[in-house]
Design a protein around this ligand. Structure first.
Ligand SMILES: NC(=O)c1ccc[n+]([C@@H]2O[C@H](COP(=O)([O-])OP(=O)(O)OC[C@H]3O[C@@H](n4cnc5c(N)ncnc54)[C@H](O)[C@@H]3O)[C@@H](O)[C@H]2O)c1
Length: 364
């Protein structure tokens, strides 16, 4: 039975999420919104959404008849649109990251508290098959206490910072690389069930694009974080890095060290990762090569429709399960802020030469 009538704002990347939702037996894609009529109509046609449920004005969309809002517009709009959706009685699945300021993150938390609606940040990399498998291993104590973890998300998107045809600055132009820390810090905190309490950042500056004035063109930003459970986390972020691989795309990489062993992913989605666990391996035998796939090999074929391996599929299932059970999902408003804010502060720290700063704590 259809329980959830889904409305999407932002018909480009948002298409991936709603394609995954369209295949969920409890969801129906009811309404779409985009300021670009071409993208709006194309997705409406693909998903059989009638013309009278296609909106170009967010204010009209948000008051339409549906009960789950997917927000996949540029990050500048995430907080304001998520709050408006919750205030009009919609649960929210919002693209990452949560917002560009601590104040906006607080406002989303307050709106979720006040309205009682469910908010989840759509941190899809946390639902990669390998991440879910490591999470189980950590929860079962197979790695012992995690004391160090690293995450890298480096993705050359210069063409999305400045349009190469028109020279126009795009919405990502003002975004510091480490503000987009959801795909690196998100999966680590999700697996470790931890939160960041102190942060620092460093950057080598703009060696590749010395004439560009925006922080988005920084070569790289590194964030170093201390967690509540006493671990250290290091993340790398870049939007300009010249580290290409055949087929293009991005590099995402994770490693976790525990008192009883370590796991790390391959440096390429096709690569093998490494694993050594005290209860299962010997020092002499050393680490084992292991597959670290983004897709669950046992998932049904439709599980890849949303993209990112089976990431979107399991993320959507997690969100819908939380709605069904009335529980708080992963990356709820507090946890979304816990992933987003350390990146904002690491950038601020990098701009001040790397001073350590306290990270505000968000409790419910
Ligand atoms: N999780 C992931 O893997 C992933 C991947 C790509 C993008 N994203 C996120 O998805 C979001 C969208 O990114 P994108 O790559 O699709 O960007 P995009 O610029 O390609 O598309 C954004 C769409 O939103 C529309 N839009 C802009 N302002 C709007 C408004 N006020 N109301 C309604 N529609 C509006 C635009 O017309 C456009 O169609 C961002 O938050 C981004 O960070 C996430």
């Amino acid at each position: 039975m259809t329980a959830y009538r889904v409305g999407l704002a932002g018909a480009r990347r948002g298409g991936g999420i709603v394609r995954a939702m369209a295949n969920h037996p409890q969801c129906e894609i009811a309404t779409l919104c985009d300021i670009n009529t071409e993208s709006l109509e194309a997705l409406g046609k693909e998903l059989n959404v009638p013309d009278d449920r296609l909106f170009t004005e967010f204010d009209d969309f948000v008051n339409a008849d549906f009960n789950v809002a997917v927000i996949a517009t540029p990050i500048d709009f995430h907080a304001e649109q998520s709050i408006a959706a919750m205030e009009s009685g919609k649960h929210v699945l919002c693209e990452q990251t949560m917002a560009y300021s601590i104040e906006d993150c607080r406002n989303v938390i307050d709106a979720a508290k006040k309205t009682g609606m469910t908010y989840m940040m759509a941190e899809n990399y946390s639902f990669y098959h390998c991440v879910l498998e490591w999470k189980k291993a950590i929860e079962a104590g197979r790695l012992g206490k995690i004391y160090h973890a690293e995450g890298e998300y480096i993705h050359e998107i210069v063409d999305l910072l400045v349009d190469p045809q028109t020279g126009e600055r795009c919405w990502r132009y003002p975004r510091a690389p480490i503000w987009y820390c959801g795909h690196s810090l998100g999966p680590l905190l999700f697996m470790m069930q931890d939160r960041v309490v102190r942060a620092t950042g460093a950057t080598p500056g703009r060696n590749m694009y010395p004439d560009e004035e925006s922080v988005s063109f920084l070569d790289m930003e590194t964030g170093l974080f201390l967690t509540e459970k006493g671990a250290v986390i290091k993340i790398l972020a870049s939007q300009t890095v010249k580290r290409y691989r055949k087929g293009g795309g991005y590099l995402t990489w994770y490693s976790l060290y525990g008192t009883k062993g370590f796991v790390e992913s391959g440096r390429d989605p096709q690569d093998r990762g490494l694993e050594w666990l005290e209860d299962e391996d010997t020092k002499e035998g050393g680490a084992r090569y292991v597959p670290t796939p983004f897709s669950d090999p046992d998932a049904p074929p439709e599980a890849k429709l949303g993209g990112h391996g089976t990431g979107e599929y399991y993320m959507v299932q997690h969100f819908i399960n939380a709605l069904n059970e009335g529980t708080r999902p992963a990356f709820n408003a507090v946890q979304a802020a816990e992933v987003t804010v350390p990146g904002l502060l690491a950038h601020e720290s990098a701009m001040k030469g790397g001073e350590w700063v306290d990270v505000p704590q968000f409790r419910w």
